[in-house]
Design a protein around this ligand. Structure first.
Ligand code: SF4
Length: 203
């Protein structure tokens, strides 16, 4: 544990963290092997491991994507509680917009390694500006067969990530692309007001 504390102090800290993440009684989990834990319990152990040195910032890369929906909600609740109680900030990486909405104060959308839009969660979801973000949002299913909405179509398949052309990374698929996009470098993020940043020459 990064040379911190004595063996006794480390065991106390591990016990405390196991209880914090809901693996109780902690003594019954201390010496279990991974195959003796469920998927949700293993994810709680992973969270405890990340938090044991009291970090201020944790990168959580798809932490719930492999879990059943019922278990996923519990782990997300736990992460939110820990964020509040332990004053930790997450960079939460997900492909699921519903999860992003639930977990995040701000959302940054990436395409092919570049940030294309960044805003506070509801601002981004209600007033998306970048064509890629708009296409993502228009693809989210709505559980109402009478609901009508316009969809934003994007062309082709996923662009090649190796040696991309020196222009907007979304150019090959963008419904708004024109010659000015083709002939310009990839756009920088620009502040459009209300803490809403977009990387697009035409927005
Ligand atoms: S810069 Fe052009 S190609 Fe890129 S997202 Fe904007 S409109 Fe589309």
């Amino acid at each position: 544990m990064q040379g911190i504390g004595t063996i006794t102090e480390r065991e106390e800290r591990i016990t405390e963290l196991l209880e914090t993440v809901g693996l109780t009684p902690a003594a019954s989990f201390l010496f279990r092997y991974p195959h003796e834990l469920s998927g949700g319990q293993r994810q709680r152990v992973a969270i405890a491991r990340a938090l044991i040195i009291s970090p201020l910032f944790v990168v959580a890369d798809e932490p719930t994507s492999m879990l059943d929906v019922s278990v996923r909600t519990g782990v997300m609740h736990l992460m939110q509680d820990l964020a509040t109680n332990m004053n930790v900030t997450y960079l939460y990486i997900t492909h699921d917009l519903a999860v992003a909405r639930y977990m995040c104060n701000r959302i940054a959308v990436m395409y092919l390694g570049k940030l294309v839009e960044l805003a506070e969660t509801e601002e981004l979801l209600q007033h998306a500006l970048h064509p890629y973000t708009r296409a993502l949002l228009s693809a989210v299913p709505v559980p109402d067969p009478t609901h009508k909405r316009s969809t934003v179509e994007i062309k082709g398949g996923i662009s090649k990530p190796i040696n991309p052309e020196p222009r907007c990374r979304f150019y090959d698929r963008c419904p708004l692309a024109d010659n000015s996009c083709r002939d310009s470098p990839h756009p920088e993020l620009e502040d459009k007001g209300n803490n809403h940043f977009v990387a697009c020459h035409k927005v």
